[in-house]
Design a protein around this ligand. Structure first.
Ligand code: ZN
Length: 88
């Protein structure tokens, strides 16, 4: 058992993981964490979904403004998760 990865680390690497910029060992740890941790998995789904949308709508050059907006949304989600966890 034991937790292979803390949420903060998993979330920090989520973007690199989605871009396949982590090595196999890190990828496995992140996958294992996502399987165990629903908030992180939800955030993974959101970020994966957004990345696909961005790729589809603007293949070559996604506007910087859009990236900023996505980042802001993810930060809001992250804040909500933290607030929910603190209420429990
Ligand atoms: Zn987590």
């Amino acid at each position: 058992m034991g937790r292979s990865l803390e949420c903060a680390e998993a979330l920090e690497r989520l973007s690199a993981f989605l871009d396949a910029e982590v090595d196999d060992a890190d990828g496995d740890r992140i996958r294992a964490h996502l399987a165990d941790c629903e908030p992180c998995l939800t955030e993974y789904d959101v970020e994966d979904h957004i990345k696909k949308l961005v790729r589809r709508s603007c293949r070559e050059s996604a506007p910087v403004e859009l990236h900023v907006r996505i980042r802001t949304q993810l930060t809001v989600l992250r804040t909500q998760y933290t607030a929910e966890q603190q209420q429990r």
